[in-house]
Design a binder for this molecule. Structure first.
Ligand code: SF4
Length: 428
């Protein structure tokens, strides 16, 4: 196997023309504010996108001195990979802002370090899941468009259908597409509001100057609307021989627990009509009492997103209104006590999630809270913009080491990227 010394930086000019750095320059990645060698890499997975980072300078090890420096010349911009679902970023692209110009905040992508290895593009990433409904082939575009038109005709006044049409066709959201296709995990976006203001929120950016990648729905749907769309999805799934799955809490919305009353109504009816379906909620876990009532009404699966189990990091990232990480922990306990599937969506960032202190807290919390599945998520955000808003931390030990440490400490914990349907019927 080739050594890391053979890894050369990929660079771009302002027009996006990409080249391999001149010989002698060695690629590095970034963890927090530090530049590090790429110690683990893999060929660029199919479905990845390469992009250059405007207003930035690539950092690499210079010929001769081996010092980390900005690369000179026209091709001076860093290149990053954006990975498809099912992969975890291990290092950020090594870069700094261009001096003397106002650098734009980068759009919300999971920027990952790449390099050239003897003519092949490699990426600092690891495969973390391979669940066919998410990673397998998707239907052709023409069929999807026909299904979208069909549901629009059937439910012409539905706000849910109107929102999901945009998500499915413009933002390529797979759960939105599933709702039209009548298969897999179908999206039921419910909330236009949130009680947090996450730095990396993909539905609403309040102060970064970068657009949200899945703009938040403008008006929340009624319970009747949610029920109609959810029931048609689960009916089609049942007709196709699937147990059926719907989920509240999508990328294009706020916090679904803020719509407790509507979700209680919807869940009660769906549970009665579809006893073996998975009724799932993706949530920030801020309202444990509301969550408990939802479990009592028929929700049987939840995914709680966590940036950090440490209060000061949690607060710096979520900017929560009226709740703390302790409320999130109580929500996790409520899920287990209620017999629901509990998954934690860990929003990872090299140099933050993999510090020794964070690893210790994360492992302890996952164990104590009896989490069934940990989902590894690469946080989509401008790396330097995020780092400037977090407290300064100790060095990370490496994302791969973090994954290994979690696996060794918690062998029963399932790890992956995607929520599985609950196959056991809900008791009672
Ligand atoms: S909790 Fe979710 S919806 Fe609310 S701000 Fe954070 S990412 Fe956005």
């Amino acid at each position: 196997m080739s050594s890391a010394g053979a890894l050369r930086p990929l660079l771009s000019d302002d027009s996006g023309e990409m080249v391999v750095a001149p010989s002698g320059w060695a690629a590095v990645g970034q963890s927090g504010w530090e530049q590090l060698p790429l110690s683990r890499w893999m060929p660029l997975p199919p479905g990845s996108t390469l992009m250059h980072l405007p207003d930035r300078r690539a950092l690499a090890r210079a010929p001769g001195s081996g010092a980390v420096e900005t690369v000179p010349g026209r091709h001076r911009l860093p290149v990053a990979a954006v990975l498809p679902v099912g992969y975890l970023r291990l290092l950020l692209p090594a870069h700094q802002r261009e001096t003397g110009i106002p650098a734009r905040t980068l759009p919300l992508y999971g920027y990952t370090a790449v390099a050239d290895l003897n003519g092949q593009v490699v990426v600092a990433a690891a495969r973390t899941d391979d669940f066919a409904p998410w990673t397998g082939p998707r239907p052709e575009r023409a069929r999807l468009e026909a299904e979208v038109r069909g549901l629009q005709r059937a439910l012409p006044r539905s706000r849910v259908v109107a929102q999901l049409s945009v998500c499915a066709l413009q933002h390529n959201c797979l759960t939105a597409q599933n709702t039209f296709l009548g298969r897999g995990e179908g999206a039921l976006p419910a909330s236009a509001a949130c009680n947090a203001d996450c730095l990396g929120c993909i539905s609403l950016q309040t102060d970064s100057g970068t657009p949200a990648s899945q703009p938040r729905m403008g008006r929340a749907p009624t319970a009747a609307d949610l029920l109609e769309v959810g029931a048609q999805h689960l009916s089609r799934a049942r007709a196709a021989g699937e147990p059926g799955m719907v989920s509240f809490g999508q990328g294009c919305e706020g916090e679904p627990l803020l719509r407790e009353r509507q979700l209680l109504d919807v869940s009660e009816v769906l549970r009665r009509r579809f006893p073996s379906a998975t009724i799932h909620i993706n949530t920030n876990g801020s309202r444990p009492r509301a969550l408990r009532r939802l479990f009592e009404a028929g929700v049987n699966s939840c995914r709680i997103s966590v940036f950090s189990f440490t209060q000061n990091l949690f607060a710096a990232y979520y900017r929560p209104r009226g709740y703390s990480i302790e409320d999130v922990a109580v929500s996790c306990r409520v899920a287990v006590e209620s017999g629901a599937q509990l998954t934690v969506n860990l929003l990872t960032f090299p140099g933050v999630t993999d510090t020794p202190a964070e690893i210790e807290v994360t492992v302890a919390r996952l164990r104590e809270l009896r989490v069934r599945q940990l989902q590894w998520r690469s946080l989509n955000v401008d790396p330097l913009w995020l780092l400037e808003r977090l407290p300064r931390l100790e060095r990370g030990v490496g994302m791969a080491q973090l994954v290994d440490a979690v696996g060794e400490a918690l062998p029963q914990l399932e790890q992956g990227n995607f929520t599985r349907p609950v196959l056991d019927p809900v008791p009672g």
